[in-house]
Ligand binder design. Sequence first.
Ligand code: AMP
Ligand code: GLY
Length: 426
Amino acid sequence: MKMLVIGSGGREHAMVKALQRSPLVTKVWCAPGNAGIAQDAECVPIRADDLNGLLRFVREQSVTLTVVGPEQPLVLGIVDLFRVQGLAIFGPTRSAALLEGSKAFAKAFMARYGIPTAKFGSFGKNDAMAAESFIRSMQPPMVVKADGLAAGKGVVICQTRDDALEAVRSMLSGEAFGAAGERVVVEEFLTGEELSVFVVTDGERSVMLAPAQDHKRIFDNDRGKNTGGMGAYAPAPLGTPELLERVQREVVEPTLRGMRSEGSSYTGCLYVGLMVTPNGPSVLEYNCRFGDPETQVVLPLIASDVAELFVRASSGQLQPEEVRLAKATAVCVVMASGGYPDHHETGKEIMGLQFLDGREDVVAYHAGTKVTDGKVVTAGGRVLGITAVGGADDLAGTIRAAYEAVRKVKFEGAHYRGDIGSKGVR
Ligand code: AMP
Ligand code: GLY
């Protein structure tokens, strides 16, 4: 089988590596990829949002399956485009991707099917008055979210009603996030611990992968600004069998059933972002794709064939009982450029990667790197996701192995958190 992975981050590097493990796979391309991905796949310079360019490439090369990493091409309708042409692709259609593409849609959908989520109101450009009275009726803190895609930045936690009023104003005016903010969701602030659950589905049947925890803040103990994710580990003990069973029954099944009944059968990976509250799991958000950096810990824990899983999910032939999860733990520590998520310099030479070459237990997934004058240099905010896999009952040991590897890799200004996975040990 010949596979094309779309995207250029650590998530896509993990996808490429997982597909390469399959004996069924003869060739993997990545569009556009990065310097690390280029060691495991052939990178082709086509952007993730160049749907026609991707379509042309897949036709020319007779690609067996296209696997979409990021949300943008999904929300743009790449799956619809490919399916019309009879091409196999892993991901949801445009209308199914609305679960991520529109937070107002997702919240209304959850309300229609009784899926647990924070109490909310949803308001358009002409509903400023209604938004204000809703905010006055709510107890702070509360959360204001831009409806559309805002590169993970469209969520504002507001400590006072005035902050919420200002957040709504700046979004509805288009000032804050352009068209993505012309509709907003205002919701109750939930407390608890967050959990990322990934479900691979063919629309009908589904299989849940190892529950993971992301670390979104830049500094240890969840302090400082929000980032794209500074590390992850799996399986997270928070995701007990009882909790996951509840998530399956109260969230996953009604979501897939609801999407089917609305004529938007959901295929691909459904990412359920949960707050585990004292009253049980509550959905913070859906994403229509795998998470980053969670993928870097979730895919290595699939013991069965990942290529076959994606092909089956894409063709309505998922066999959940054939999917086996490894009895192991995985920890990914993200090394970022100094200053990230704000201004940061790039082009710094990365040293020490050779110490990790050929190791089975540790992998350096590349997120933002490129090759300049024969040297691997930094090329983004998040640079590497150093990932260790270890024993099932030894998360602490796996954390140690990840950090030991991190310390071998050096670049000027490198920043990483020192507490990835520690919530899972406590
Ligand atoms: P989202 O993009 O909707 O997942 O929001 C990004 C982050 O904001 C989440 O991972 C949470 O940390 C936080 N968040 C979102 N909604 C809520 C909420 N209702 N209560 C508390 N925190 C939230
Ligand atoms: N890890 C968060 C995300 O992928 O959206």
